[in-house]
Design a protein. Structure first.
Length: 130
């Protein structure tokens, strides 16, 4: 499948992830962005996050431009960081069907408190759902 957003002149936020074929012998992929924002559900003030996505690919990898555009779509959404970790994990699992995935969302300190939320997935969980 040809990526939809790679090489295209767009910076419009999207709600999907493009994939590229995973090369043989690839053990793990780690992608980090410290430019993620979302609105706090109570006060609608922007919260700033660092998002770290780690996954063990099977057949597909996340195409990085689509990840950038996907993460941009949260900037106008009202969401807690904990839910953000789960939402991103679910989208990664849906798009690339990894053997394992771990998403860590670190909220920049507000009122002196930072919050780290982690959501994980393992291949064996897929079979438990069926």
């Amino acid at each position: 499948m040809e990526p939809k957003f790679l090489g295209k002149p767009t910076n419009t936020p999207i709600d999907e992830l493009d994939t590229v074929p995973a090369p043989a012998g690839l053990d793990c992929v780690t992608m980090v962005s410290d430019e993620v924002t979302a609105l706090g559900p109570v006060n609608r003030q922007p919260d700033f996050y660092t998002v770290k996505i780690e996954y063990v690919p099977d057949q597909k990898c996340i195409e990085s431009k689509s990840l950038k555009l996907f993460l941009m779509h949260f900037r106008e959404m009202e969401v807690y960081g904990e839910a953000l970790a789960v939402t991103i994990r679910d989208k990664v699992v849906e798009a690339v069907e990894p053997r394992a995935c771990r998403v860590t969302v670190l909220q920049k300190p507000r009122g002196g408190i930072s919050i780290e939320a982690v959501s994980s997935f393992r291949w064996s969980e897929r079979w438990n759902e069926r």
